[in-house]
Design a protein around this ligand. Sequence first.
Ligand SMILES: Cc1cn([C@H]2C[C@H](O)[C@@H](COP(=O)(O)OP(=O)(O)O[C@H]3O[C@@H](C)C(=O)[C@@H](O)[C@H]3O)O2)c(=O)[nH]c1=O
Length: 182
Amino acid sequence: MIENILTDAKLITLPAFFDVRGAFVKTFNESLFGQYGIQFELKESYFSISKKDVIRGMHFQTPPHQHAKIVFCPQGAILDVIIDLRKGSPTFGEYFAHELSAENHKAYYIPEGFAHGFKSLTDDAVTYYLVSSEYSQPNDTGILYNSFGFDWGVQEPVMSARDLSFDGIDVFNTPFMYTSGQ
Ligand SMILES: Cc1cn([C@H]2C[C@H](O)[C@@H](COP(=O)(O)OP(=O)(O)O[C@H]3O[C@@H](C)C(=O)[C@@H](O)[C@H]3O)O2)c(=O)[nH]c1=O
C-alpha cells in the first residue's frame, strides 16, 4: 500500500509476512517501487540506534550531492518528519509527520530536496536508511528542528550539538528547485 504525502514523497506499507517465528519484511523491490512511481538507485545504506526522546535532524545534503532516501524502522518506533525545501513545489515549506515502527512496517520515500528528521518514541529505536548518493561531509547539513512550526511533544530532547547549531528555516536560503516527477 502506498500513500502520497507531500509532493513526490510517499508513505509505503512494506510487504510483511508474519508467522509463528516472527516477521519477514521486504524493504526494497525495484519493480514494486517502480509501480509506485519511485525510481531509486541505491548508493549507500546505514542505520542509527536511538534512545527514547532523541531527536535527530532536520538533515539533507546540498547539491551536487543531494539524495533521495528510503527510511524505515525495523526495531522500536520513531516519529518521522519531512519538510519540502524545493522552491516552486506545491508543498514548499510544508511538513509531514508519521510514526514508523517495527509493528507497522511503514517506510518513507523522501525525494531529493527534503529535510528529514525524527524523534525516537522508544529506547533502542533503529532507523534504517537506503540512500541514493554517497555521504559528502561538506554537503551534509540541516535546519533547526524547532524552527518550522512542528510540535515534537518533548520538552528536553536528547540532541547533538551540531543539530542544535543549525539555522532556522526563516533564514535558510534553499538551494533546491522543484521539477515535477522527482
Ligand atoms: C550521515 C552520515 C554520518 N556519518 C558520520 C558523521 C558523524 O561522525 C557520525 C554521526 O553522524 P550524525 O550525527 O549526522 O548522525 P545522524 O544524526 O543520525 O544523521 C542522520 O540523521 C537523519 C535525520 C538522516 O536523515 C540521515 O540521513 C542522517 O543525516 O557519523 C558518516 O560517516 N556517514 C554518513 O552518511
